[in-house]
Design a binder for this molecule. Sequence first.
Ligand code: ZN
Length: 366
Amino acid sequence: MFDMAEHLTELRCHSTEWLRSRRAELVREQRALHVEQLAITRVLDERSAIDTITETMERRDGVAPRAVRAELETARALEVLPAIAAAAHAGDLSFDQLKPLVEIATPATDAEWAKRAPGYAPVDLEITARRQRPVTTEDAEKRREAREFRIWARRDTGMYAVRGELPDIDGALVKSVFDRMIERQRPPKGGAWDTRAHRGADALVDLCTNYADVEPVRHAKPHVVVQVPLVGPAEVDGVAIAEPTLAAVMADAVISTAVIDANTICGTRTDGDDIPEAVKRFVRQRDQHCRVGTCDETEHLEYHHLTPRCDGGTHDPNNLVLAGRRCGHHAMLIPNGPWNLDGDPSQPDGLSLMHRDELARAGPAP
Ligand SMILES: [Zn+2]
């Protein structure tokens, strides 16, 4: 039997360098084995010898039905994606990258993706795959059907609990109202900001108080942005929506003319110190997560200038990326920290990270 304690004792005699390289070796071996497992799955599948239901009923491998189905789908797809299969077998692609990748790639784009995908964060491959999935009227109806909002008293704690789910456009509307209310709750001069969670709770109570006894105030209407790309379904906050849903909102939409081409926004102004709202919205929609390395943090994101403001960097979307506060990445970037993030943010694999010292050794940019 495997003795973990004994194994650990033995490992502790090795240098960190040795451990690192052994770990990398194991990752590669596992990835190669995984592709071989997928190949076997494919042949068993051909013989109708794999049944997702019985497979999990017998608790054979301790995997969930969803995982078995995903394995089947990946195995089927890899048959016509030889370059990606080879890259995965060579250890260049993680399981998390492989799963969305087989949905994106076609035999025609197989070779290109085999080269590019290793530089993509898994979350970016998932976003790309989601964009390729059409949203049907049936999907839209299902989302509508799944809407719910509940509030209940918890006598043990003296609190009320809330939970719910809202379909795409409705959710975006509610979120944008809450975001606005939360941002408006400024602290008294010199005071500290209350947490976002507290301000969110206050916003909900304010809404209900207003509904109970105040004439509605005519503020500017909340802004829900539906992006309609040249290809693929329309999106709200990165959530793809169905054609009829789009048609319904188009009725009272204000069409704004940001020309979006190849994932960049053209013709925005860059004066002033505040990043224009349209640019922020575009960068949020484009990035959706912290852009440092393969980080997939989606909360507490800040706008980072690739070329800092003090070095003449502008608010051009090509100079802005999202970087996380909670994951600690924004604080690591120049001018706050020693790391330089550079490149083309319009591409998921377009950014590269370099330490300041390394940069200095490489000499000044031409
Ligand atoms: Zn991060």
